[in-house]
Write a protein that binds this ligand. Structure first.
Ligand code: ADP
Ligand code: MG
Length: 147
């Protein structure tokens, strides 16, 4: 039920980082909660590195996986990026403590959530999705859907 959908194929980490600029353009300027879908190693965190760089929020090497910390924040020139990874999160109660509602209520926030599809609450709040697929080797497919 995405209003529009865009597909990109990349053949390297640098390709994904470069495409991230286009992905950021599609996801902005409307602040959104975007679920980043895809198996481990699909390239979700790599895409966030590229988006953070494109939005002037962080250098790629500063962006690390929030697998254990759950939430990382990066202030960009126009928007603040919240990068979440819910892989290790198990309950709705833990989810509530993260304050995702408050994040999306901020006027200039872009909330990027890895493993957000685990929680119906997060799926409800999402207005965008990037589905990433490992096509083998260094090839990755990205399908971007925006509501
Ligand atoms: P995820 O967050 O989905 O688990 P990561 O971004 O942490 O994925 O890891 C992606 C892995 O795949 C990295 O080891 C990266 O070097 C590798 N990789 C190979 N080709 C690509 C590509 N085209 N785009 C993104 N990552 C790639
Ligand atoms: Mg990741």
């Amino acid at each position: 039920d995405a209003k529009h959908e865009k597909r990109f194929k990349t053949r390297s980490v640098n390709g994904t980082m470069a495409i991230a600029e286009r992905v950021a353009e599609i996801l902005m300027p409307t602040p959104r909660l975007v679920i980043l879908r895809g198996e481990m190693g699909a390239g979700k965190t790599t895409l966030v590195k590229g988006i953070a760089a494109a939005l002037g929020a962080a250098d790629p090497e500063e962006v690390t996986s929030p697998t254990f910390t759950l939430v990382h924040e990066y202030q960009g020139t126009k928007v603040k990026i919240y990068h979440l990874d819910l892989y290790r999160l198990e309950t709705e109660r833990e989810l509530a403590t993260l304050g995702i509602e408050e994040m999306i209520a901020e006027p200039d926030a872009l909330v990027l959530v890895e493993w957000g599809e685990k929680f119906p609450r997060v799926v409800e709040m999402a207005n965008g999705e990037v589905a990433m697929e490992n096509l083998g080797g260094d090839e990755r497919l990205m399908v971007i859907g925006v509501k």
